[in-house]
Design a protein around this ligand. Structure first.
Ligand code: GAL
Length: 824
């Protein structure tokens, strides 16, 4: 054998050894079999599932409908909504068939001689997992990630293993649409005997300054017994350069993790504006052999709470400009999709939002990763109920036995993520008013502190009198108030923390493109069409309009900012239309609607939160046949201090945003006194068709921008605009296409509700559509949908091959719209 050949063989052997020593992770996505209903023996390997439906996971069995009033008919008093007597409720969980049992089956191969775990990112709910006919684990909480060691149950090398999962959703188990099925990813993780277990590292940055940061990595290693373990860890900068490394050999430390400390000079600090990410790559060796490699992605940043002063990130004072979101992705249901999450975050980022609360449950790991990458601070929250029920079949059934296990999984999974800056232990739990409630809160807060001493803990509280009196609020790191803006000052003064977080705010209700007259502040306003007004002046009995939260943030240092309910509309909870008001079945709280189309409110938040870009937005639309001569108020949401309104060239004068004192002076004389700090409003404008023009001025009175809205003529064609021009050929990527019914000049026809149908040809397929109308029962997955306020969204998905995707939207009486996207 010549030298060259020998060298080549050696290199190949070394490469093979390196690969053999790597852990492997395999996603189980395609080719699952699914059956709705309970089936005897479905866990058995020889069970015949040929007749079952073939599905791809993540999969939500209920999102395909049909919608039906009977699916979530309930007779309850929603005490959180201040109700005292039971009444018939409809649409609370979206009117979708999520209740019942469902079975999934697939096979997987396990590499020979390895330890094998199955990791479920979330399965809704009460998951029973079987491998080769044996039950390997049970996990009741449908939102949490869990894992099971399946090594003892595997077939011999080379043989396929049968994985079966039984899920069950009980009636009255949720206050919103929870989704159904294996709606998040499932992976097979195979490692050597000596390995880092699932979520097996803990990384903190005890010292952070502009000059240097210290990084502390604790690594759990299993399977080494009493042998020496060598860990070689390199810290990689955002550009992938090694900026620090340690090579330590240690004895197993009585079950404690191995600790390594590093210094990183001139660290690039993580913040929403600069989401720099580092990596710690650890190689594990025993007896001179590498047995594992484990990567921990992290950010370097500091968080600090200062009484009376507020929240500091990297030493800089800031207030949360956050939103709460439920986990569903509108027309995609709960089935996780990275492109859909990225789309949501992209819209929120442009609005100036910098924080997300995962209300009221554990998020998908993909969301937390995207928040790390795109720059959002997160408040991660596990529970909507503890030991006392909100829903007859809610989590309270499991709390005693499972709460700690659920907390531990959540905390270990997410504690290395820089985006997570706070834990919330619960939302409006009825336990807050029980005299012993503080004990449960302290049990949960202690688990957070034990597993993660670096982050503060809050809880969203709505029963302010209880929690101020019974010590519940005083024992939290951060008191979080849900709504109750009128009790902030009192809470600040009474509580020892001298800080108040708006853990949940606003719950303003509005329907995109719908305006009700007169434009007035109203609570629980209900209309025959089951919509809420787009003037952003309506809320529920317990909630408020955005201006109140803006003022609290502006007027008091000690307010920590807010998490608006909600960033996006979600399936279920159609308040104020939840009391026998079918077909209402999705929320109208969102700043952005269920079709991912921004409502007017989006621009109100943007005008205040987005400090980088200008906002000049006019409402309402200006096509009001039959309203000629009637008062039709015009609002402008803008960051500019002043603007002038013209209707068909006639000036209605200038409006300027008022200072806090100027606004307060109007209290008692003008019901919209507070709004005048944040909105420009012309409340006496007789409608006449034509042109509405707004001219904005800067502080020196110079004209800087103008916006015109015109009365629409007859519907003429469909305008189609995609949020992107190219998609990845990964079979999962999505484009959101806005379809607008417009006149011949491109003006939106704002009342049009015609049925639009879609075709997709070439390198992708139609995925879903939505229009944001909470009363519309069109099914999301069918390629047709009615327009709502002249618009809708169609979502297309890339295939696995590159090429062109051609989308066409057609409707009776108007010209079709067509576009081509590149799939590559
Ligand atoms: C809150 C609750 C949320 C949602 C909201 C609607 O009280 O925490 O989950 O129900 O009200 O306004």
């Amino acid at each position: 054998m010549n030298r060259r050949l020998l060298m080549t063989l050696c290199c190949a052997l070394l490469a093979w050894m390196a690969v053999a020593q790597q852990r492997t992770e395999t996603l189980l996505e395609k080719g699952w079999k699914f059956m709705k209903g309970d089936v005897a023996d479905a866990m058995k390997p020889d069970f015949d599932d040929k007749q079952w439906e073939t599905v791809t996971v993540p999969h939500d069995w209920a999102i395909y409908g049909p919608f039906d009033r009977s699916h979530d008919l309930q007779e309850v008093a929603v005490t959180q909504n201040l109700e005292t007597a039971a009444s018939v409720k409809t649409g609370r969980t979206g009117g979708l068939p999520y209740v019942g049992v469902g079975w999934y089956r697939t096979t997987f191969e396990a590499p020979a001689g390895k330890l094998v775990s199955l990791v479920f990112d979330g399965a809704m709910s009460e998951a029973r997992v079987y491998v080769n006919g044996q039950e390997v684990c049970f996990w009741p909480c449908g939102y949490n990630s869990f894992h099971c060691d399946v090594t003892p149950y595997l077939n011999k090398e080379g043989a396929k293993n049968l994985l079966a999962v039984r899920l069950e959703n009980r009636p009255q188990s949720s206050r919103w649409y929870p989704g159904a099925g294996i709606y998040r990813n499932v992976r097979v993780v195979a490692t050597e005997d000596v390995h880092v277990p699932v979520w097996g590292t803990q990384l903190t940055t005890p010292h952070v300054s502009a000059e240097y940061a210290s990084v502390c990595l604790k690594t759990t290693v299993e399977g080494a017994g009493t042998k020496d373990v060598r860990i070689l860890t390199q810290i990689l900068s955002p550009e992938g350069e090694v900026v620090a490394s340690k090579d330590n050999t240690m004895k197993i430390n009585h079950g404690q993790p191995f600790e390594q400390n590093f210094l990183v000079d001139a660290p690039r600090l993580w913040s929403p504006e600069t989401p720099y990410l580092y990596k710690a790559v650890s190689k594990i060796y025993v007896d001179g052999q590498q047995t594992d490699e484990y990567t921990t992605r992290f950010g370097i940043r500091s968080i600090e709470l200062v009484a009376d002063k507020g929240f500091f990130l990297n030493g800089q004072h800031r207030k949360f400009q956050g939103v709460c979101n439920h986990h569903d992705l509108g027309p995609l249901g709960a089935a996780i999709n990275v492109a859909a999450l990225r789309r949501q975050l992209t819209l929120l980022k442009d609005m100036g939002c910098d924080a997300i609360r995962t209300s009221h449950n554990m998020p998908a790991p993909e969301l937390v990763e995207l928040c790390d990458e795109m720059g959002f601070m997160m408040m991660v929250e596990p529970f909507d109920e503890w030991d006392i029920a909100k829903c007859e079949n809610g989590y309270h059934r499991f709390f005693k036995e499972w709460a700690e296990k659920d907390m531990v999984n959540m905390l270990r999974q997410y504690r290395n993520h820089p985006s997570v800056v706070m834990w919330s232990i619960g939302n409006e739990v009825p336990t807050q008013c029980s005299p012993e409630g503080y004990k449960v809160a302290s049990f949960l807060q202690d688990i957070c502190h034990r597993e993660d001493p670096t982050r503060p803990v809050t809880c969203g509280m709505d029963q302010v009198s209880c929690v101020l009196a019974n010590g519940f609020a005083a024992m939290l790191d951060v008191p979080g108030l849900n709504y109750r803006t009128h009790r902030y000052v009192e809470s600040y003064e009474k509580l020892p923390q001298n800080l108040v977080l708006g853990s949940e705010t606003a719950s303003t209700v509005s329907s995109r493109g719908v305006y009700k007259f007169p434009a007035e502040l109203k609570k629980q306003a209900m209309y025959d069409d089951h919509q809420s007004s787009g003037y952003d002046l309506e809320a529920c009995s317990w909630s408020n309009v955005p201006d109140e939260d803006f003022a609290l943030a502006d007027d008091y240092d000690w307010t920590l900012g807010q998490f608006v309910w909600t960033g996006f509309d979600y399936l279920g909870e159609p308040s104020p239309y939840d009391t026998d008001a079918w077909p209402s079945h999705s929320s109208v709280f969102g700043i952005i609607d269920l079709a991912s189309l921004p409502k007017d409110r989006y621009y109100l938040y943007r005008s205040i939160w987005n400090k980088r870009d200008n906002t000049l937005h006019v409402l309402p639309h200006w096509t009001w046949p039959g309203r000629e001569g009637e008062n039709t108020p015009v609002f402008v949401y803008t960051n500019y201090p002043e603007a002038e309104l013209f209707v068909n060239g006639k000036s209605y004068g200038k409006q300027r945003k008022l200072t806090a004192d100027e606004a307060r002076a109007l209290q008692g004389k003008d019901s919209l006194w507070l709004q005048r700090r944040y909105r420009l409003m012309w409340t006496d404008v007789p409608y006449e068709p034509g042109e509405l023009k707004v001219v904005a001025y800067d502080n020196s009175g110079k004209k800087v921008e103008e916006k015109t809205v015109r009365t629409a003529g007859k519907p003429h064609h469909l305008e189609v605009v995609a949020d992107r021009t190219a998609l990845s050929a990964d079979g999962k990527d999505l484009a959101y296409i806005t379809v607008r019914v417009v006149d011949k000049d491109g003006n939106l026809c704002p009342a049009d509700d015609r049925l639009v149908s879609f075709t997709v040809k070439g390198a992708g397929s139609f995925r879903a559509a939505a229009n944001g109308d909470a009363t519309c029962l069109d099914l999301f997955h069918l390629p047709r949908m009615h327009a709502f306020s002249g618009q809708l969204t169609a979502i297309v998905q890339s295939g696995a091959e590159s090429g062109n995707l051609v989308f066409e939207a057609k409707a009776k009486g108007v010209k079709a719209g067509k576009l081509t996207l590149e799939v590559k």
